[in-house]
Design a protein around this ligand. Structure first.
Ligand SMILES: [Zn+2]
Length: 275
């Protein structure tokens, strides 16, 4: 290999990305703005990938603070931040700035319901929370916005990762899989959460390993590419579809998220009826 060839792109942090996604793809990512809801394990991993991919602007929303129990899976959080109770959104923004200083990152230490209105001007919303009440709010807000905004939703269990790439109301929405009974239970839990801080602390304590959240975050960031980078080099997630990967069995599933004509979200049902 000639020395000339080795020198090509050496000074450009996006050189390898450009070789994968093309100049146009890199430019489109640089002009894009993504709202990341949840700055915990999956949100951190997804935001890390989006910053490395050169997404121009990231709004990071999380009401919670760094705690010692986050340190097993959130690479950007430090014991000092846990001791100080630094907001997760701030800790993540500081971590991203160390390797991607050109990304316009704005932390918002609040619930998504309380975030500034301009976060909804994003080109895509990535949801990485363990809170279906927040999902319900994001879903309703996007459906009510009058424009189709891509929505990437990531979740994890003990060994399972799941990412949905949606474009409601053109595709299924986040609530299309919810039964009426589940929706009613969620709404009653939402009322309980708003007046019971102890309940909020209790629901966080589930098993969580970094090997699972890393994959979920990467799958979520990959699902962003078809929406924001155009010809993305064939990354799997496509609008209206979901991908699941189970580390227990090493198996993956990819398939359509079916639209539900009886969706609990009235804005989804209404969107279906429009021509
Ligand atoms: Zn729906």
């Amino acid at each position: 290999m000639s020395s000339d060839r080795i020198e090509v792109g050496r000074e450009d942090p996006h050189d390898r990305t450009r070789r994968a996604l093309g100049r146009h793809g890199v430019e489109r990512l640089g002009a894009s703005r993504v709202l990341v809801v949840g700055a915990g394990a999956i949100g951190s991993e997804a935001a890390k990938n989006l910053a490395q991919l050169g997404v121009g602007r990231l709004d990071l929303v999380d009401f919670d603070s760094v705690s010692p129990t986050n340190l097993n899976r959130c690479a950007f959080f430090t014991p000092l931040q846990a001791a100080a109770g630094t907001p997760k959104s701030v800790a993540l923004a500081e971590g991203l700035a160390r390797f991607a200083p050109d990304v316009g990152t704005r932390p918002h230490a609040c619930r998504i319901e309380e975030a500034p209105d301009d976060v909804w001007e994003a080109d895509l919303v990535l949801v990485a929370v363990d809170d279906n009440a927040a999902r319900y709010h994001v879903n309703a807000r996007l459906l009510g916005s009058g424009r189709a905004v891509p929505l990437v939703d990531a979740a994890m269990g003990r060994t399972l990762c799941q990412v949905q790439a949606l474009l409601p109301p053109e595709t299924a929405c986040l609530a299309c899989l919810w039964s009426k009974e589940y929706h009613e239970r969620l709404m009653s839990e939402l009322a309980r959460e708003s007046c019971d801080e102890f309940f909020l602390r209790a629901v966080e304590s589930f098993p969580a390993l970094p090997v699972v959240s890393s994959i979920a975050g990467a799958l979520a960031a990959a699902a962003v590419l078809p929406f924001l980078a155009g010809d993305s080099g064939g990354f799997a997630a496509r609008p209206g579809r979901a991908i699941r990967f189970d580390l227990a069995t090493g198996t993956a599933f990819e398939g359509e998220v079916l639209k539900n004509p009886e969706c609990v979200e009235i804005l989804c049902r209404r969107g279906r009826q429009s021509p």
